[in-house]
Design a binder for this molecule. Structure first.
Ligand code: ADP
Length: 468
C-alpha cells in the first residue's frame, strides 16, 4: 500500500444524517464515525456536518456544544453549532424553521424534503465560512442530494475545490436518489468488493460502473476485544483462548439453561431474523446441529410476527437441553455469544458487508457463512480457498511458503444441502481433530479486521479523486 508521506494532508468533509453514537440508526452511523476517525488518525483534517435534531438536547455526549455561526438562507435563519464527538469536529445545522425538531432521525413523511434542505444548507455553510474541502463525502439516499446540489448550484458559486465521494450502505432504500448521486459523484463506493460486483449491473449504478468500487467495513478492535470485554467472564487472547472460551461457554450454557453434555460444540447465530439473513437456513441449522450432537444458541428477533412465530415454534419443538433461544436485541449478551460459541453461522441470502463474521473471528468463534457479498471477502474456506486467503488476508502469492490464512467454512447455494456441506465439515473438524480446531480458532483471532486497511483504501480513493 502506497505511502502518503509525500502527499499533502486532505480536508475531508462528511455530510450525513447519522453518526455514532449520537444519531445512530444503523451501520451508516458507525461507518461515518469509524472512517472519520481512521482518516483523521492518518493525519488528515476531517469535519462532519449533521442536522441538529431535537433529541440532541438531551444527549450527555453533546454537553460542550458551542455557537459557530448563523446566516439567513432559504427564507429562514440557519444556526450552526459545533462540538467534538469521538474526537471528530462536528457541525450541527439548525434551521430556525424547526425542520429538525424531531425525536428520531427518520420516520416523518417529509424526510426526503427535510434531508434535501439539510444537504443544501450544509453546502451553504461551507460557502459562508469559506471552506474548500478536498472531498465531500456523502452517504446513502439521505445525503445523496449533496452530489447533485454541489455540481449544479455550488461548484460555480464559490465552493470550487471539492470532489464528491458517495457511499452506498444500503441499496434497498431511495434508489432514484442513489442513482442520481452515483451519477454526480467522482467516486461511488459500497461496503465490500464482492457486494460491489454483485450490484454493479443494477439500475442504480447504470453506466457508472467505472467509478464504482467496494471498500469493506471493519470492526472497532477496542469495542470488540475479548481481552478487555466486561461481558466476558475470563478475559482472553489468542494465546490463552482455550481457558477464556471455556469459561464463556459455561456461562452461556448457564444463561441458556442448557443442561446437555458440556463438551458438545456450540453453534451460534446473532442476527436480525429477516429473509436477508437466511431464516430458512437458520431454522434448518438448528435441527441439523442437534442431529449432529451439537448445541444451538440463537440471539435475535424478528420484526415480522410470522417469522417470529416460526422461531417460537422451533424453540418449543427443540426443547431446552441443547438449545438456547434469546429473542431480544441484547448487546451485552451478544458479546457472551461470540465468546462462548465455537462456531458462528451467517447464512445470509445477500450481505453488503456483515459485521458478525468479523466479530466472531476476533473472539475465536469459527465462522460458517454463505459466500455472498462481504462474507465472501472476509471468510475463506479452509478446504477450498487457501490461495485466495493468502492473497486477500496476507497479500501473499504463495500460501505454501507464507502460511495458511484460511479462517472458516463457506458454501454457495441457498438450499439445506449446501449449508450442511459447510457445517458438517466444521463439526467433523471439531469432533475428529480438536487440536487442529483449536489452532484454527487461534488463527482467526490473530487476523486484522479493523479499519486499518479500509481506511487506507478510502485514503487512496480520495487522493485518486483529486489527482494525486
Ligand atoms: P445488519 O446490519 O444487516 O443487521 P451486520 O452483520 O452488518 O448486519 O451487523 C449486525 C450487528 O448487530 C452486529 O454488531 C451484531 O452483533 C448485532 N446484532 C444483531 N442482532 C443482535 C441481537 N439480537 N442482539 C444484539 N446484537 C445484535
Amino acid at each position: 500500500r502506497g505511502s502518503t508521506a509525500s502527499k499533502p494532508p486532505l480536508h475531508v468533509c462528511h455530510i450525513a444524517v447519522e453518526m455514532a453514537p449520537i444519531a445512530k440508526v444503523g451501520g451508516l452511523a458507525d461507518v461515518v464515525t469509524a472512517i472519520g476517525r481512521a482518516i483523521q488518525d492518518n493525519g488528515h483534517l476531517v469535519e462532519i456536518i449533521l442536522p441538529k435534531y431535537q433529541f440532541f438536547n438531551n444527549s450527555v455526549l453533546l454537553g460542550g456544544k458551542e455557537y459557530e455561526t448563523h446566516f439567513d438562507w432559504a427564507g429562514t435563519t440557519i444556526r450552526v453549532e459545533k462540538c467534538k464527538v469521538e474526537g471528530l469536529q462536528c457541525f450541527f445545522i439548525e434551521p430556525q424553521n424547526n425542520m429538525f425538531q424531531t425525536d428520531s432521525v427518520y420516520g416523518r413523511n417529509d424526510d426526503a424534503h427535510r434531508f434535501n434542505f439539510f444537504c443544501n444548507a450544509a453546502l451553504e455553510f461551507l460557502v459562508r465560512t469559506a471552506r474548500q474541502p478536498d472531498i465531500l463525502h456523502c452517504h446513502d439516499w439521505s445525503s445523496a442530494e449533496v452530489a447533485r446540489a454541489y455540481w449544479e448550484h455550488y461548484h460555480h458559486n464559490g465552493l470550487t475545490k471539492p470532489k464528491v465521494a458517495f457511499t452506498i450502505h444500503n441499496m434497498n432504500y431511495g434508489q432514484a436518489k442513489l442513482g442520481e448521486a452515483v451519477h454526480h459523484s467522482q467516486v461511488a463506493t459500497t461496503v465490500s468488493p464482492s457486494y460491489a460486483g454483485e450490484v454493479r449491473g443494477s439500475p442504480v449504478i447504470g453506466n457508472n460502473g467505472h467509478k464504482f468500487t467496494g471498500v469493506r467495513n471493519g470492526i472497532d478492535p477496542e469495542i470488540w476485544d475479548p481481552e478487555t470485554d466486561i461481558f466476558v467472564p475470563v478475559k482472553y487472547n489468542a494465546d490463552n483462548q482455550e481457558e477464556g472460551k471455556a469459561a464463556a461457554r459455561a456461562e452461556l450454557r448457564q444463561r441458556a439453561g442448557m443442561t446437555g453434555w458440556d463438551d458438545k460444540p456450540i453453534v451460534g447465530v446473532v442476527s436480525r431474523l429477516t429473509a436477508q439473513k437466511g431464516v430458512h437456513l437458520i431454522k434448518h441449522a438448528a435441527h441439523h446441529t442437534l442431529s449432529r450432537g451439537g448445541q444451538f444458541v440463537l440471539l435475535g428477533s424478528a420484526p415480522d410476527p410470522k417469522i417470529q412465530g416460526e422461531f417460537n415454534g422451533l424453540a418449543n419443538q427443540l426443547g431446552g437441553e441443547d438449545t438456547g433461544f434469546f429473542f431480544a436485541f441484547d448487546e451485552p449478551l451478544s458479546h457472551l455469544m461470540y465468546a462462548g460459541c465455537d462456531v458462528i453461522l451467517v447464512p445470509s441470502m445477500f450481505e453488503p458487508c456483515g459485521l458478525t463474521q468479523m466479530i466472531s473471528m476476533r473472539y475465536g468463534a469459527v465462522p460458517v457463512v454463505r459466500a455472498t457479498g462481504g462474507l465472501r471477502d472476509t471468510v475463506f474456506d479452509v478446504d477450498n480457498e487457501k490461495e485466495r486467503a493468502a492473497w486477500e488476508v496476507g497479500g501473499s502469492t504463495d500460501w505454501k511458503t507464507d502460511g495458511d490464512m484460511t479462517n472458516g467454512f463457506s458454501f454457495e447455494g441457498t438450499d439445506e444441502g449446501s449449508l450442511n456441506y459447510a457445517l458438517d465439515r466444521c463439526l467433523d473438524a471439531f469432533y475428529n481433530d480438536r487440536e487442529w480446531f483449536r489452532s484454527l480458532q487461534k488463527r482467526v483471532m490473530l487476523q486484522d479486521w479493523s479499519w486499518n486497511r479500509p481506511a487506507n483504501d478510502y485514503e487512496e480513493l480520495y487522493y485518486k479523486m483529486i489527482g494525486r
